[in-house]
Design a protein. Structure first.
Length: 339
């Protein structure tokens, strides 16, 4: 597919209707390291079951072990797989080169479709091109909104991270914030860096990026604590993942800081933190929806030739703000691990 890259102004939200009923089966998945396969629950949400021939879809992400965000992605993917009579093979690696190798493994296994994140698009470009050349339909989700079209993917499901970041910056300005530390837990990850760049663009005050190792939460805590002690003028810490946000609240306490915490992404513990006021708000990009649509779109393409957005526009799943005013509406879903 050699379509021209759409301009920012052509990016629009494609509305997608989903029907919810009862999961009838479970989807076969590999471990997060791409090894042993297992049967896992689809999270209690899906719709019927297709009678189309069974197909195999590889979902390959840049997930960091222990990040609960990806559990929600997988539940959405498993629900779609159960509905669509799909064998879902999940694998992940945060290292771009290793993730590219997982894509090559999927090509070698002659899967029927690939759903992939492009957190490090340059590392993925060559192998993704091989999949496209092999005639395997590939869709992107979660990371790579600026690269999916250039790399020949059929569709993309996620949020525009720059737009989401700008929205956060503007919201913090309206709340009276003056100085932000934007915490990036994986240096070189394009979606995360786009978020902080967007925050800076939308914010009327001062911002600075703080890089931490998201795979080592004690280190995250100590780094944020040290920064807040070194610069007590920071009045907001913005994090880019729910586990990091929860750790940041501890750092604020340890550092004797008056800074408040806001974040991107949700999990059930973070919903509780919004309810008790220790975190001010979160930006929800609906990871369950991303996983669901990525799998379901490949089934639709194989069985009916459909692709969303006409192949030129992403399907936007966010951003949406969750704060005390509306957190009750998502709390029950978060408790099930689907929001």
């Amino acid at each position: 597919m050699n379509r021209s890259l759409p301009s920012r102004s052509r990016r629009f939200t494609v509305l997608v209707a989903l029907t919810a009923s009862t999961v009838l089966t479970v989807a076969g998945c590999s471990s997060s390291s791409g090894g042993k396969k297992s049967e896992e629950s689809a999270g209690g949400v899906s719709a019927g079951k297709a009678t189309t021939p069974r197909m195999t879809i590889a979902m390959i992400t840049h997930a960091v072990p222990g990040d609960t965000f990806w559990d929600t992605i997988r539940k959405g993917a498993q629900a779609a797989a159960a509905k669509d009579n799909v064998k879902l093979v999940y694998s992940s690696d945060p290292n771009g080169g290793n993730q590219a190798n997982l894509v090559q493994n999927a090509i070698d296994q002659k899967v029927d479709g690939i759903a992939v994140t492009l957190a490090k698009p340059d590392a993925m470009k060559g192998t993704v091109a091989k999949a496209v050349q092999a005639g395997i339909p590939v869709v992107g989700f979660n990371s790579g909104v600026d690269d999916w079209n250039k790399q020949g993917l059929l569709e993309y499901f996620g949020q525009d991270e720059t737009v989401a970041g700008e929205a956060v910056g503007k919201k913090l300005s309206s709340l009276g914030a003056k100085k932000i530390a934007c915490v990036i837990q994986e240096q070189g990850q394009v979606a995360l860096e786009a978020r902080c760049a967007g925050v800076k663009k939308g914010f009327s005050g001062t911002t600075q990026n703080l890089f931490v190792n998201g795979a080592d939460m004690p280190s995250v805590k100590s780094t944020i604590t040290a920064k807040l002690k070194q610069d007590p003028s920071i009045d907001y810490v913005v994090t880019l993942a729910a586990p990091v946000a929860l750790t940041a609240t501890q750092a604020v306490s340890d550092g004797g800081s008056k800074a408040k915490v806001a974040t991107f992404d949700l999990n059930k513990e973070l919903v509780k933190a919004i309810q008790d006021g220790s975190i001010q708000f979160a930006v929800d990009q609906q990871p369950y929806l991303q996983g669901y649509l990525a799998v379901d779109s490949l089934w639709l393409y194989k069985n009916n030739g459909n692709y969303s957005g006409g192949g030129v526009a992403p399907v936007l799943t966010g951003p949406a703000f969750v704060d005390k005013s509306n957190v009750a509406a998502v709390a029950a879903y978060a408790a099930k691990g689907t929001r």
